[in-house]
Design a protein around this ligand. Sequence first.
Ligand code: G16
Length: 543
Amino acid sequence: MDRETIIEASKKHDVVAGKKFTYGTAGFRMNADLLDGVTFRVGLLSALRSRKFNGKAIGVMITASHNPPVDNGVKIVDPYGDMLEQDWEAHATSLVNAPSHEDLADNFFKLAGNLKIDLATPGKVIAGRDTRPSGITLVTALADSLAATKTEFVDFKILTTPQLHYMIRCNNTAGTPASYGEGSEVGYYNKLVEAFYRALHGRFQCGGKLHVDCANGVGGPKLKELLKIHDATNMESGLVVEVHNDDVLRPEVLNLDCGADFVKTRQRAPPSPKPASGERYCSLDGDADRLIYYWTDISTNGFFMFDGDRIASLAASFIAELCKTAGIDDILRIGVVQTAYANGASTKYIEKHLKLPTICTPTGVKHLHHAATRFDIGVYFEANGHGTVLFSLDAMRCFKTREPQSPAQKEAQETLSALGDLINQTVGDAVSDMLMVEVILAHKKWTLKDWAVTYEDLPNRLVRVEVGNKDLFETTDAERKLSKPAGIQEEIDREVKKYNNARSFARASGTENACRVYAEAATRSEADELANKVAQIVQKFGS
Ligand code: G16
């Protein structure tokens, strides 16, 4: 590996001068035209990261998930399939912002020295990308930096984000006691389908047709692959999936008037598929890591949304019941991790009714995931539908090896064990989460109407506010308060006090050039009014 080769390769992938890049909520994310040099430089960092782990595979995912088609993004996946360690986000930011090609190469070698990385160790990087056409060029930039650093490169081409996370863990655990499965797409589908059937015990039946809106993203073709395997097993699960919004040939329709982000933020069904009364619907986002269920009642014009908070409380209550039946509720600690966006009613339901502890972290799966590992079973979901359930190694061992005292205990342990295999342990995964929801509803013999009555959400509103400079906004208290600009929090507090049972906060988005405002209150009109008032305050302070 030499300085000149890196400099020459870098010259083909310039970054836009004068622009400051930051490793945000989900890596670097912006208009795809700005990302060529950024992706090259992320490749350099992943080459170092792999060597830091003695050549373990590091993932690079090229996706802008819920963002519009013109955007793209690049983020790093750590060897165990989780998000890049936070200390290294600062290294990514500093490398990407190097002012010249020469500085970049110098920073690269300096970083290797500071972090005591032996550059003679072999390195390996595995990439995946969503269906955005710009991803193809960005992979070229990545390949060039990996070639310049003599790093083995495996391009898995089009994958969902959670599939790449799964592959990375499989790759790095193969042949060890922690082996996570076969590191291929087929291996992923087989694992999920097998665990899904196991969790249903050949007895519990899913409630018929489920319509899945795939946001015209990568989730469409990938879900169809999984369904081929599901349908070919000829086993009776009762699940019949109808795939919608799976047009990946017209890039401009990605996330357009459909998908999980649309349903969550607009609080209504997408215009297509036309909702049929009483049938079950769910939406994935552009890279299939978020899931929102919904159901409409045409006769009353009613719309009911099951967001991440609902999915978390459903999963937590079911898993807690199973642990109780299995007689292991006193040895395994279950907890739920949420963010400030969690509806206050869901937190209350989890703490008061399910009697489970909750933790609130800043936005970003990386924060929630980390907090969830503090429990034996950590359920984490962002309200936007991004989340999963983490089972510790001890918990999995307990389900698989503990001697059951009764047939009921045996079945509960087997269901828990199957859930541990079904639910993606590396990151939120819409397809795996969808199968989990189906298993739970089947066990409980619940329709979506039954699920809806578990608790009543406080009316809430999420508003996107474009400001002159979103970097002026700094948060504290797990993003529930703004510490900057000076004086803004006092103005927000004054507004919140005017409403019943109200709460509101604002923060700068880490994936879009905007601020987000969340408000909830006792009535729909109060929540809307409060959100608009706070949005005006943010606008005033951000211009
Ligand atoms: C990403 C992150 C999520 C986060 C979302 C919005 O999701 O992975 O954890 O909730 O962005 O973040 P922000 O409010 O900072 O823009 P995705 O699905 O877009 O990758």
